[in-house]
Design a protein around this ligand. Structure first.
Ligand code: WTA
Length: 651
């Protein structure tokens, strides 16, 4: 890697950057090292407005359940809205919303504050109180941000569920969180199609076990026909009718749970990652200023959906905390055609653009067959910084993004982080870090990342190992909702004496520069199009089908989606072939889409009379991964109970 070309930031950018040059970067790292608590306390004080200032910084007394700024009191929505309005910036545009069909609406900070306050009052009128959970199942749009901010305003803990998740997945999340209210819309627009949402909420609640849900608030988006449950359902417009657009924020302690966000782990059950208010918001704001070098003249656009962590930190909270003008979009990058992103960057003069490698790869492909959607057809001169998130970006995609989109003048910040980390952890800083395609480079100042072996000892640079974070940081996960034991086991395992945060990714550092490269998950979690999927989750969904006796799911590298899901399935009936097999494949794919969501659909399903197992009955996933890739099995298979099965599963 050391021999690769380095890409240096342009002079003009370095000059005005918040973190300017590598010496500055190193000074910040040293400052954090010297006085870790003082460093974070300064940021928390300078970046946020506190109702009651904190006197405690890091509380490690109940490790690994760390607390930050615990005796401080604040409100996230106040920090994202009121304080900008109070500072005379109410007329500034907060959100430029572009819908699936290209209609543009602009909302100022003053208007957004009123809408949030009014919806907050509506929630209060329905009996939602501090600490209650509200599930938000909405498409991308201003309402999603309003609903999240309104929860924050009254101290209710939101749990956003991505609009692509199925009724079953939604039900599991409503139930686990014990939600009092569900906020949804009749439907959503996506790629020119109308898709239902309210019907899925009805189905989820209809499955039983969601008795905590008292009200379902429905925003009218598509106008499609929906069922109505009298007494439970109410329209958004009716809920806010007559409500004041002023709402005193609920002042909460810094550790108050701002939100839960469910993510996949290595067991079948998704984990409700719990985040705090003060520590989370501190890092959301700081990374806006340093990773994105955000300046008041910037137009910021993060393309992530609010259903994912990226949409939480870099749509709902980070940009608003720093008073930015941001673009929010509904739809997909390929509709009405694959120039949607470029057209929007041109139209809205976007200067900071943050998206996922999957989208880049899909758009590269599209522009190869259709020159009209190539970025060079558009005026992208407003861009100054590009970002990448969610999965490793392969050097070829990186180079294209850098050249064709950024015109070789925009640094790419390849940000490594996770739902659990709340914000960026390892990332270039655009006015400082020389870039290497495919590397997320160096830790954010104050974040102490390392690569260790299975006993927790740091390995030499150039040697692969487990990625860990050595010290607690303000925006870290606080616990898994309702399952503190699982939190400890998953993230602070005994192998490391409970002292290191285990990220679940493998990493390697460049022997000369120490730059980090992420080598992929070390657990049974797949990353498909930047979405985390547990293999066990998909397996559980498959075996719930009456035709399936046993299933094993693995990932296979995929040109566009990063990884693709391949399922090996044993049926309860004889192994099918030809047309019949194809039909069962279709049926099972649709089944998984229904059980979890379309993002979990296996790309390929292969049938066998059995799965390759050791004599003790353990499925040999390593072999399955090789089979999925179409590789010859070269290693010793003598521990296999049934070596003949490999031939059948060859695809
Ligand atoms: C992967 C998304 C390589 C990684 C913010 C991580 C990445 C998981 C990168 C978290 C990156 C995220 N380079 N891999 N820049 N960013 N990942 O929770 O495997 O949806 O553990 O958070 O995505 O996914 P999550």
């Amino acid at each position: 890697m050391s021999e690769q070309k380095l890409y240096y930031p342009p002079e003009a950018l370095v000059k005005n950057a918040a973190v300017s040059g590598m010496d500055h970067y190193r000074r910040l790292c040293e400052e954090a090292e010297r006085d870790y608590e003082g460093y974070w306390a300064n940021h928390a004080r300078n970046l946020l407005t506190w109702k009651k200032p904190f006197t405690q910084v890091l509380d490690e007394s109940n490790a690994p359940f760390f607390k930050w700024f615990a005796d401080g009191v604040l409100n996230a929505s106040y920090n994202c809205l009121d304080r900008h309005v109070e500072a005379g910036k109410g007329d500034r545009v907060a959100i430029i919303f572009e819908s699936d069909d290209g209609q543009v609406t602009k909302v100022t900070y003053a208007e957004l504050l009123k809408r949030v306050a009014q919806f907050a009052n509506a929630l209060k009128a329905l009996g939602v109180k501090k600490g209650d959970r509200v599930v938000i199942y909405l498409p991308m749009g201003v309402e999603g941000v309003v609903a999240m901010q309104a929860c924050a305003r009254i101290g209710a803990t939101h749990s956003v569920v991505f609009g692509g998740f199925s009724a079953q997945a939604l039900k599991d999340r409503i139930q686990d969180a014990g939600a009092k209210v569900v906020v949804t819309s009749d439907g959503q627009f996506r790629g020119g199609k109308q898709l239902p949402l309210k019907a899925i909420v009805d189905e989820a609640i209809g499955m039983g076990g969601c008795d905590t849900v008292e009200k379902v608030i429905v925003n009218k988006r598509t106008g499609m026909a929906i069922n109505w449950v009298e007494g439970r359902d109410l329209w958004w417009s009716d809920a806010i009718a007559g409500q004041s657009d002023v709402c005193e924020p609920e002042w909460v302690e810094a550790e108050h749970p701002l939100f839960l966000l469910y993510t996949s782990g290595s067991t079948g059950k998704p984990k409700g990652v719990q985040h705090s208010t003060g520590g989370y918001l501190t890092h959301a704001a700081l990374t806006m200023l340093w990773t994105f070098d955000y300046k008041p003249e910037d137009i910021f656009w993060c393309t992530a959906d609010i259903g994912w962590i990226t949409g939480h930190t870099y749509v709902c909270y980070g940009p608003l905390a720093v008073g930015a003008t941001q673009v929010v979009f509904e739809g997909v990058p390929t509709y009405p055609d694959a120039s949607r992103f470029w057209r929007m960057i041109e139209a809205h003069k976007v200067s900071i653009f943050y998206t996922a490698p999957t989208a880049i790869r899909a758009l590269i492909k599209a522009s190869e067959s259709n020159p009209d959607v190539h970025p060079k057809r558009f005026d992208l001169s407003s861009l100054r910084i590009l970002g990448s998130v969610g999965e490793p970006i392969n050097p070829a995609a990186w180079e294209w993004y850098y050249r064709e989109v950024g015109g070789e003048r925009c640094p790419i910040v390849d940000t490594w982080w996770q739902t659990e980390t709340g914000g960026h952890m390892i990332t270039p800083l655009p006015g400082a870090t020389p870039l290497v395609p495919g590397s997320c480079t160096l830790p954010f100042p104050g974040i102490q990342a390392a690569v260790v072996d299975e006993t927790g000892n740091e390995v030499p640079w150039g040697q692969g190992g487990f990625l860990v974070i050595k010290k607690p940081w303000p925006s870290m996960i606080r616990t898994i909702w309702g399952d503190p034991e699982r939190f400890k086991k998953s993230y602070y395992p005994a192998d490391f004496q409970g002292k290191l945060y285990l990220a679940g990714d493998g990493a390697i550092r460049d022997p000369e520069t120490g730059y980090f490269t992420i080598t992929g998950r070390i657990d049974d979690v797949l990353n498909v199009s930047g979405h985390r999927m547990g293999t066990m989750e998909i397996e559980s969904a498959l075996v719930a089908h009456e035709l399936v006796a046993e299933a094993a799911v693995v990932g296979r590298p995929d040109e566009v989606t990063g990884e693709a899901i391949v399922a090996f399935v044993v049926l309860t009936r004889p192994r099918p072939e030809g047309e019949e097999a194809a039909q069962i494949v279709k049926e099972l794919q649709n089944w998984v889409a229904k059980e979890i969501g379309p993002i979990a659909k296996p790309k390929e399903i292969r049938f066998g009379d059995n799965l390759p197992k050791t004599r003790s009955g353990k499925i040999m996933r390593r072999l399955l991964r090789q089979l999925a890739k179409g590789e010859e099995i070269t290693q010793d298979t003598s521990t296999l109970e049934n070596p003949a099965i490999l031939e059948q599963l060859k695809g």
